[in-house]
Design a protein around this ligand. Structure first.
Ligand SMILES: Nc1ncnc2c1ncn2[C@@H]1O[C@H](COP(=O)(O)OP(=O)(O)OP(=O)(O)O)[C@@H](O)[C@H]1O
Length: 349
């Protein structure tokens, strides 16, 4: 049930050219900024956006390319969008049974399958309810059950959790993770949420301007981001530069970033916001990575705060709420950011 595809789609002002591949049972998360082409890629897989080039091959069968174009209804896909789009006049059970029914399954068998799928998603007791009597999280589980009830070869999830409130979102995410582990088809998940991607996906594919800018396992991407957007998603400071003098990465803007190990040539240098310390005056016996910055924004989340600083080198720091109070961190404040060289990872670009 593998996926092998190159998706070329021409829009008036936008071109998508993205390859995606996955083995049976794998979940591929597609991430990228607004307008990157994520939904276009999903629509191309579903047959809703015709390809101008490339191909879609699923389980060894050509769905599109080389003169073939299977229409959406001839493709074995299940699609779940942010809004559930359930039939309002049907019960949860009949919504889910609709798929198998429309593929010729008998009414009784389709209903049994629906009950089974609703059970697996933890809402078997809600089978008789109509969508208007379901919470958003429950309705989204029904939408997932409906997509899965036809045993699709390709499950397409377009921001499936984005419309959920912060309380139901983790619960539905956990149910989805559990259900996907038993799903033998390929899942393509479009999401903006790094937590969705890191907890649900086997592979991450980052798209920008219609092209893949980085892909790999979550572990690979988190360890070595190679793009500013990717670094933002995984919460790291990232700089491109040239490692000229062993440990030193020279950035185009001027400042150097010193890493704890030797490396030469075009490089990335990355460090965690938690490794950054902020001071109001230049610290004594400064670490080699010490840069003057101006605080641009402070976002408090519980006991910690992310402090975005600008300067010749833009730096994001993660400090305790106590530090925010004691340093009186606020936009416009001049400060010094320091990072130990041993906290910086440098790797070839
Ligand atoms: N039917 C269309 N006709 C012309 N241009 C389109 C069409 N659909 C999308 N686009 C353009 O293609 C580009 C990619 O859009 P797409 O919806 O795939 O991005 P996305 O990555 O899903 O973005 P978002 O995260 O905002 O949903 C955008 O510039 C968009 O304006």
């Amino acid at each position: 049930m593998s996926l092998d595809t190159r998706l070329c789609v021409e829009r008036s002002t936008f071109t998508l050219d993205t390859s995606l591949a996955a083995a049976s049972g794998e979940v591929v998360a597609v991430l990228g900024p607004n307008g990157a082409g994520k939904t276009t890629a999903l629509h191309a897989l579903a047959g809703l956006a015709p390809l101008s080039g490339g191909h879609v091959r699923v389980a060894g069968r050509l769905w599109e390319g080389e003169g073939t174009h299977l229409p959406p209804q001839a493709r074995s896909t299940g699609l779940v969008a942010a809004e559930h789009l359930l039939f309002p006049h049907l019960s949860a059970r009949d919504n889910v049974a609709f798929g198998p029914r429309s593929r010729g399954t008998s009414r009784a068998a389709a209903r049994r399958r629906a009950d089974d799928e609703l059970d697996r998603l933890g809402i078997g007791d809600l089978a008789d309810r109509r969508p208007s009597a379901l919470s958003h999280g429950q309705a989204q589980r029904v939408a997932l059950a409906r997509a899965l009830a036809t045993d699709p070869e390709l499950l397409l999830l377009d921001e499936p959790l984005s419309a959920l409130d912060p309380v139901s979102r983790p619960a539905v995410r956990a149910t989805l993770a559990h259900r996907l582990r038993a799903f033998t088809g390929v899942t393509v998940l479009v999401t903006h949420d790094p937590l969705d991607a890191l907890t649900l996906a086997d592979r991450l594919v980052f798209v920008e301007g219609g092209r893949v800018v980085q892909e790999g396992t979550p572990q690979e991407v988190v360890a070595r981001p190679r793009d500013r957007y990717v670094a933002d998603v995984v919460g790291l400071n990232l700089y491109a530069g040239e490692a000229t003098d062993g440990e030193v990465v020279q950035t185009p803007a001027g400042p150097v970033v010193t890493a704890g190990h030797e490396h030469r040539g075009p490089s990335w240098a990355a460090f965690s916001p938690a490794a950054v310390a902020l001071y109001l005056s230049r610290p004594e016996g400064s670490p080699r990575n010490t840069w003057p910055v101006t605080v641009a924004a402070v976002e408090l989340a519980g006991q910690t705060a992310r402090v975005r600083c600008t300067g010749d080198l833009d730096v994001t720091a993660e400090v305790t709420a106590t530090s925010v109070a004691s340093l009186r961190l606020q936009p416009g404040l001049q400060a010094w950011a320091t990072v130990k060289a041993s906290e910086v990872r440098a790797y070839p670009a």
